[in-house]
Design a binder for this molecule. Sequence first.
Ligand code: SF4
Length: 396
Amino acid sequence: MGQDRNNPQIKATAETNPSNLGLYIHIPFCEKKCFYCDFYSIENHSQRDEFVASLIKEVALYSESNPKQTVDTIFLGGGTPSLLSPSELEKIIEAIGHHFIIVSDPEFTIECNPGTVNTNNLSSYRTLGANRLSFGVQSFFDDDLKFLSRIHNSHDAVAAIEEARHAGFQNINIDLMYALPAQTTERVLSNLETGVALNPNHISAYALIVEPGTPLFSAVSKGELNPAEDNTEAAMYETVMEFMKAKGYDHYEISNYSAPGFQCKHNLKYWNGYNYIGFGPSAHSHMNNRRWWNVSSLNGYLSRLGNNVLPVSAEEVLSPSQVQDEFIFLSLRQGKLDLSVLISRFGIALEEDFVTGLKKSGYCTIAGNKLLLTTKGFTVCDEIAGEILGVHSVSV
Ligand code: SF4
């Protein structure tokens, strides 16, 4: 990679260059499947060697027809990237460095399960050039972690973050979850207090979603578990937003909060409709309004690459109306809709009565040409987007 690997530079800036690519690498292994998770990952690690070799082949095959593209964000996600050995990760990063041009100060994130990190692998991540870690903490209550079938406990989570600081990481995210069944607001606040006390640069706080196909989904379907009521979830969400704001974090996306200058540049590529390439089973890519995604099966992935074929499952070309709808939806999820861009790029304006109604109900304010969601507005962000897409915009 084009950087001093032993001295990765962190630029605490939210800028991301739309003409550079983001790279996502999906590592499809987990020690144990969490019962709420619908990401593609498997517990059987017997084909790890083949996976690493195939991933390197995928990068090379893609690059044959797209040589030397410039990359400014790298995100190793999964699954559990921290389950791979430092030498396996090194092979992957070397292949990326060989086939892509990496800017001198990329944002390079590795997702870590707090139950799988130690001083050795953390310092090897620094050596590889990683400068951002994202820890799937979810809760600091051991009974919540057991309920979620996580492999770590609260002590592991705190120790992992402290070790990461010790290893020199200056850009750390922690994921937290709220709206667990029977969870109280006091517990949500306690998790936030403990999390913020660890001084992370970024917190992602997600409501637990009951995803079809998961064991959680079948437990809820059978009536064995009651998910949080919608109004409880909304009240918890408002609590999270107010707490994070009071602690000085910028609420820059529906579930994401950053210390000033520490927004996740890689995720901003997804949310701003920029270009990114995903490698690994189930990884998604987007390039100039064309989207494609890989097969969600390790065997399918290995067999296609064994035949020197890219493991793409399907693709779609976004229609102009899809591009417009995504712009509205993704802008609002970032709390702001640029009304002048809406007119200049898509030729539509919002109905005045509709905007006045939103303001009167306390869902938004208007600053210059921008509609800005309030805390209350964020709780109904998708509904507002739906209404705009449905009836409350006019062609100009
Ligand atoms: S560790 Fe993460 S990716 Fe793996 S099963 Fe749990 S939630 Fe899913």
